[in-house]
Design a binder for this molecule. Structure first.
Ligand SMILES: [Zn+2]
Length: 446
């Protein structure tokens, strides 16, 4: 009996009626028990699915599903997660890659990989990972401006086009074997380097027509290494300082520096091993570079502007962004790279003390002035990403001029791209850059 009583319920066809009642009750209990377990499992599964969808959505992976009925940006998109009128105060970081296009190559694990059009050795670009784009979100929110939008827009009633007495060094991003970002990603029809050159040449004409002295780091679709560009900047500054009687070097020291800079131009490569980084190699700031910085800090009527386009894999971001550097944004990046980047472990890559001395405020002010005037003249370029951000771009980090890297618009955005192809937009960008630069000099009292 003991054995029978312990036999599986309902399997005992020989049980008494009392025992049958008991068995029915047990069956009922078992059914309820199983039902509860089923409901519990179903709830857990539903929770997991919801979590997955949320995760995919946060990472933009569902965008193609959401947007499958429309390739055009809708007004509701513009009011998306990262958009607000006072987004400069936002501390929210976009999850997409904001600017994998530039010098950022493939630093970011989740950055979209762009197939190079030629046989570029992408290993060559390792050093530019740390050199150009170092953050998953391409920026440091600690330096998000606090100003309200349009604060630095050049007012119409006080408008003055005159830029005589000022010098601008323009840097059209990419070129030659380096196309920059492309669109479409899998079969490029548009290269960033073509747009940046067209815009920069138009900006050059605009600034010159206002009386500014303008230099430009490339004038055709040729490859110009990053440190070639920077060496050009230093040499131009030495010439300007010399002309103004501000050259703080002996003639032999000046010749020595010029020789080192010319080597970077001649080598025209960005790797440590190539030697193309010249006196700019290594973290921190070496003695030669620091001497140049000090000279350039005195050239307060000279500014540097690198022109780029941005791209977003999820294609949800649009508009203009202005990047600048601060001591802290550079140092934070360098510390991170010391942990992660093998180039920092090379014997020919000097690791120096943290450098402090950049004119953080001027860089920030120029960034604000440029962003506000571009968006003031071209409202469609008001971005849903971060408008103004501190980062660690080498083209800004390795010289002492006040400088900005302008991500003019997103090549990956249909509306931005369509507008960039219009002469009227390029004219507007040039005018806006002129206004922004003018406003910077007014604001800084120079
Ligand atoms: Zn770029």
């Amino acid at each position: 009996m003991e054995k029978k009583n312990t036999s599986p319920k309902g399997h005992s066809s020989h049980a008494s009626s009392g025992k049958k009642t008991n068995a029915k009750k047990r069956q009922s209990d078992l059914f309820l028990h199983r039902l509860l377990i089923f409901i519990l499992v179903a709830l857990i599964a539903l929770g997991g699915l919801t979590g997955c969808l949320f995760f995919l959505d946060k990472n933009g992976k569902l965008d193609h599903v959401k947007n499958r009925n429309s390739n055009l940006r809708s007004s509701s998109d513009k009011k998306g997660e990262y958009y607000n009128d006072t987004s400069r105060n936002s501390t929210k970081k976009p999850t997409e890659t904001e600017d994998f296009d530039d010098w950022d190559w493939d630093d970011e694990d989740d950055a979209p990989y762009i197939e190079p059009k030629d046989d570029t050795d992408w290993d060559d670009w390792d050093i530019e990972d740390w050199g150009e784009d170092w953050g998953e979100d391409g920026g440091n929110d600690d330096y998000t401006p606090e100003s309200e939008s349009s604060k630095y827009t050049l007012p119409n009633d006080k408008k003055s086009d005159d830029l005589s007495g000022y010098t601008v060094i323009l840097d059209p991003g990419h070129g030659g074997r380096d196309t920059g970002c492309v669109f479409p990603f899998n079969n490029p029809q548009y290269d960033e380097c073509d747009f940046t050159l067209r815009i920069a040449l138009r900006v050059k004409d605009e600034l010159a027509s206002r009386g500014a002295t303008v230099y430009i780091t490339r004038t055709d679709n040729s490859w110009v290494s990053l440190y070639n560009r920077l060496a050009q900047v230093h040499l131009i500054c030495m010439d300007i300082a010399e002309k103004q009687g501000k050259l703080p070097f002996s003639s032999s020291r000046a010749a020595e520096l010029r020789n080192m800079l010319q080597q970077s131009i001649d080598i025209n490569e960005d790797t440590v091993a190539s030697g193309g980084m010249g006196l700019m190699v290594g973290s921190g700031v070496g003695e030669d570079l620091e001497d140049l910085f000090k000279m350039e800090y005195e050239l307060d009527n000279v500014i540097f502007l690198s022109i780029h386009l941005n791209s977003s894999e999820s294609r949800t971001l649009h508009g203009t962004q202005a990047y600048y550097v601060t001591d802290d944004s550079v140092i934070e990046s360098e510390h991170r790279q010391m942990r992660e980047n093998s180039e920092f472990k090379r014997s020919d890559f000097p690791i120096r003390d943290d450098y402090y001395g950049r004119d953080n405020d001027s860089n920030y002010l120029l960034a604000c002035c440029l962003y506000d005037n571009v968006v003031g003249n071209i409202p469609e370029f008001e971005t849903n990403a971060h408008p103004v951000l501190a980062d660690n771009y080498a083209v800004l980090r390795e010289h002492g001029l006040t400088g900005v890297l302008l991500e003019t618009a997103f090549l990956s955005d249909d509306n931005d791209r369509a507008m960039l192809q219009l002469d009227s937009t390029v004219d507007n960008i040039a005018r806006s850059v002129g206004d922004g630069i003018k406003m910077y000099f007014i604001q800084s009292g120079i």
